[in-house]
Design a protein around this ligand. Structure first.
Ligand SMILES: Nc1ncnc2c1ncn2[C@@H]1O[C@H](COP(=O)(O)OP(=O)(O)OP(=O)(O)O)[C@@H](O)[C@H]1O
Length: 291
């Protein structure tokens, strides 16, 4: 099932505003990916069409190897599609630079820098901030970094080094670093995968707060269906390789969402439904289902 997008009326002043609000920030049109050539080629993604609206929080879920990370690699231009087209803000991807923020399961903080300097790093490297950093805005940037650290509860650790922080704290700092340069897209690949359940749930709330405050567009890859249903406003469920989108599901629980909500029947039913799409019955259960 694919979510139907609102229809836009033609030729009215209001139309333009609605169109701007609803036209996709990112659009995949029949995008497929094969790794390798000839007999050794692996078809990772079958022709896939996907629209991401500005401000969306999309979770990609599916069995291992179904192509979730491949989609992130495509959006971040680390990989070219084998066929099809990808558009960003209406122009083919690559036509103009886009700002991307990323966070992964393992912390990529630099051990010799303080937490503040780690979070500051994109402002020293990424345009247009790097020119401004060299000139007059250094103090302003420190305030910006500190505001983010404050928001995630790390301001008292700004002068510490990564090895002085817990895993959950390092992931908070990672999120700040991924967001500090105001990315067009925040790409998260299993960012909480290495954390214990309680820390992970704390981080869900942190990420939700950051998303609500910064109006960022997020693509999250996760194996955790509760995480997907808690955080996202759309969950895309992918099939086993070669990947395709089986269901593009709108998630309309009220915000801000809290952990108590995840024990409510509606939430549990949703997670079971998502699980049913991914996990095929095996053995006796499969025979019973087939009969
Ligand atoms: N560089 C590569 N060369 C060859 N095959 C690759 C390469 N990268 C990925 N693949 C294959 O493409 C498929 C999709 O990989 P991808 O990493 O996108 O899956 P995934 O859904 O993110 O998996 P997981 O959930 O296990 O991280 C897998 O079968 C994988 O083995």
């Amino acid at each position: 099932m694919t979510v139907s997008r609102p229809l836009v009326a033609q030729n009215t002043a209001q139309t333009t505003d609605i169109a701007n609000l609803t036209s996709p920030l990112v659009r995949f049109e029949d995008v497929s990916v094969s790794y390798g050539n000839g007999e050794n080629a692996t078809l990772a993604l079958t022709p896939t069409t996907l629209s991401v609206t500005k401000g969306d929080f999309i979770a990609l879920v599916g069995p291992s190897g179904c192509g979730k990370s491949t989609i992130l690699k495509l959006v971040s231009e680390l990989l070219q599609p084998s066929s099809g087209y990808i558009y960003f803000a209406g122009r083919e991807l690559g036509a103009k630079p886009i700002r991307v923020g990323m966070a992964f399961q393992s912390s990529t903080l630099l051990p010799w820098l303080t937490i503040r300097d780690n979070v500051m790093l994109p402002l020293k490297i990424v345009r247009p901030f790097r020119q401004q950093y060299r000139s007059k805005r250094r103090g302003e940037f420190k305030d910006k970094v500190d505001a983010l650290l404050e928001q995630v509860g790390l301001i008292d650790f700004a002068e510490k080094h990564p090895w002085q922080l817990s895993g959950g704290m390092m992931q908070r700092a990672n999120l700040c670093r991924a967001l500090v340069h105001e990315p067009d897209l925040l790409l998260l690949d299993e960012p909480f995968g290495a954390l214990d359940q309680f820390t992970r749930e704390e981080l869900w709330s942190t990420l939700q707060d950051l998303w609500m405050a910064n109006n960022t567009t997020v693509l999250l890859v996760t194996h955790d269906l509760r995480e997907a249903a808690f955080l996202a406003n759309r969950v895309c469920v992918m099939s086993a390789r070669p990947g395709r989108i089986l269901e593009d599901r709108e998630i309309d629980f009220l915000r801000p969402r809290n952990i108590d909500m995840t024990f409510e029947p509606d939430f549990v039913t949703l997670v079971q439904h998502l699980r049913g799409l991914i996990v095929r019955p095996t053995g006796k259960a499969a025979q019973e289902a087939a009969s």
